[in-house]
Design a protein around this ligand. Structure first.
Ligand code: PXP
Length: 247
């Protein structure tokens, strides 16, 4: 009998550390230490660190972004709404990747992607600016092939598919959850646009997504991973998430 060989997919795990900053900010002071956490995550195998500085600095602060930049030997991804202060911060810090997210300031968390068709001109200008500074650009989109297509027209290197709806439907109907993303994921592959994914991914739903779309370059995971780190510890948690990326 032929045994299928397990292999590590190409998908990289980027740990979103916003929630560590939320916990720190709840008390003031520097516990937990966000920089130390980023270093530990990296040491335990995270292939990237993601931060989402918001204008109100309710979790990650601008000073965190500069400090973490110095510590990152893997990939640094800064995500956020490209308002002028964010754009200036990213151009100054020069992370490996910027992910453009259309979230309003008052929003609790990102809950939709860009309408890349309507905002094509604006996105094209932004993408050009970041790329000319040597920063890879990913655009956060809903799983709609047309939005993927227009992200490519804007010049982006990648799209990040918003996986909130995937995670919501997955427990009830995993097949349908995957099928909702197929056209967009395949469109990205077909037109040579890199594929990232993020939002509400967790130990239960991650493996199925990567199995269906093994060309996913990166997953960015925060909320569930940080919660799991409370249960299992950070080292074991990162090991568990990376296990989900083995096909
Ligand atoms: N991707 C984007 C664009 C996000 O805004 C977030 C949340 O900050 C994530 C990924 C990570 O989502 P979660 O915290 O649910 O894993």
């Amino acid at each position: 009998m032929r045994r299928e060989k397990a292999y590590i997919s190409m998908t990289r795990l980027s740990v979103n550390i916003n929630k560590v900053a939320t916990l720190r900010n709840a008390r003031g002071g520097n516990v937990p230490d966000v920089e130390h956490f980023a270093k530990m995550a990296q040491a335990y195998g995270a292939e990237g660190i993601t931060v989402h500085p918001r204008p109100d600095e309710r979790h990650i602060r601008r000073t965190d972004v500069y400090a973490i930049r110095e510590l990152i030997t893997t990939e640094f991804n800064i995500e956020g709404n490209p308002q002028p202060p964010f754009v200036d911060l990213v151009l100054d810090v020069k992370p490996h990747q910027v992910t453009l997210v259309p979230d309003a300031e008052s929003q609790l968390t990102s809950n939709h992607g860009w309408d890349t068709k309507t905002h094509l001109a604006k996105l094209t200008t932004l993408v050009r600016k970041f790329k000319s500074a040597g920063i890879r650009v990913s655009i956060f989109v809903d799983p709609d092939p047309e939005m993927v297509e227009y992200a490519k027209r804007a010049g982006a290197d990648r799209v990040e598919l918003y996986t909130g709806p995937y995670a919501e439907i997955y427990p009830e109907d995993p097949k349908h959850a995957i099928e909702m993303y197929r056209a967009a994921a395949e469109k990205a592959q077909e037109i040579g646009l890199g594929l990232n994914a993020g939002h509400d991914l967790n130990l239960q739903n991650l493996h199925a997504f990567i199995t269906a779309f093994p060309w996913t370059a990166e997953v960015s995971i925060g909320q569930a991973l940080i919660a799991d780190a409370l249960y299992y510890g950070l080292e074991d948690t990162i090991r568990r998430y990376k296990q989900c990326l083995i096909l």
